[in-house]
Design a binder for this molecule. Sequence first.
Ligand code: ACO
Length: 379
Amino acid sequence: MSPYAHVVGWGRYVPERVLSNEELAHLVDTSDEWIRARTGIGERRIAGEEESTATMAIRAARQALEMAGVRPAQLDMVIVATITPDYLFPATACAVQDALGARHAGAFDLSAGCSGFVYGLGIGANLIAAGACRNVLVIGSETLSRVMDWSDRSTCVLFGDGAGAVLLQASDVPGGVLSVVLGADGSGGDLLWQPAGGSRHPASHYTVAERMHCLRMKGREVYRFAVQQIPQATREVLERAGIDIRDVALFVPHQANQRIIEAAARTLGVSPDRFYCNLERYGNTSAASIPIALVEALEAGRIQRDDVIVCVGFGAGLTWGAAAIRWSAPLPVAPLSRWASLVYRLRYWQAGARSAGRRLSRWIGARFNGRKSGENGRN
Ligand code: ACO
């Protein structure tokens, strides 16, 4: 058994379409000044018609696999953290598993709001520590633009779409995910929620007319919760890992609001420069925000080998989570050779062909069996 879970690959994807604050000011009564001053957000990405939580997750996941040189067939588990799955069921993770050709992997979605990615890291690391898995793909992917009430200025200016992924791998070498703290307080469930679409309020003319399928939030309460919870979870996760806060190279917080991040930094007595921030460009992408920020921080050279970093999130549930990680992957990452890239393309093509073949054989089987049972019925 190899008890340590190391991050060996990572990837991110954001849609091309940029929605600026100025454009939003044509939709609702708001302004670039208000949004920037209250949140730090300048623009966000919006998924195209053909894009969804699954398609974005697949793109981020492929990068993570290719970087690590791991074949899809080597994956043991695919976890997709999301509050905007393609469907309530089946899980978006199954669509990702199928598209990658991860034929030996289990797959499930995880709903923990913006803490979802950290929850996924915790579960993935523990599956590895228990010896149940060797390679676990943890993805955060969201298409929040599809659950926005575009007439509600208090929410529609905050959120955006995107995906980020990391590949966790078992190793005997100490390091990787050092400690994880996960928490929840369900009494705050109605502070940030999507009231309809589940079994409590299934879709009806009424729920649609009342926009109950859109995200609703009591922003001030969530703000208060966040500024208290980020420092608390951060201290706890560092204590569990036996690491002094001064030895943390970078904090990668959930990207919800610049003021929340600055307040948390102040409470922790840490300079805000040690908190990675990209919400100016993407807004709040919920479960995708931490992995997108993490990948960008790596690309920007803000994380070096052997650095300790802390990912910390909070969100719907209410939930919170923090993970301390000692970075062990070699940096910078060598680009994939054209040959290796071609081999991966062929693998994805093969996965698509295998999936189509299975659908076809099920279709033929259903027709053949249907005809046979019809004949039997006549006999
Ligand atoms: N443009 C202009 N004015 C606005 C806008 C807007 N887009 N939105 C609200 N206002 C107005 C309000 O109507 C209010 O006006 P009033 O005083 O006349 O009533 C005024 O601005 C102040 O509103 P507040 O809600 O008090 O503004 P606040 O400073 O609290 O900022 C915000 C609001 C940005 C939402 C903040 O509360 C916040 O960031 N909260 C945390 C949200 C968060 O982190 N959510 C993500 C959780 S993660 C997840 O799981 C998805």
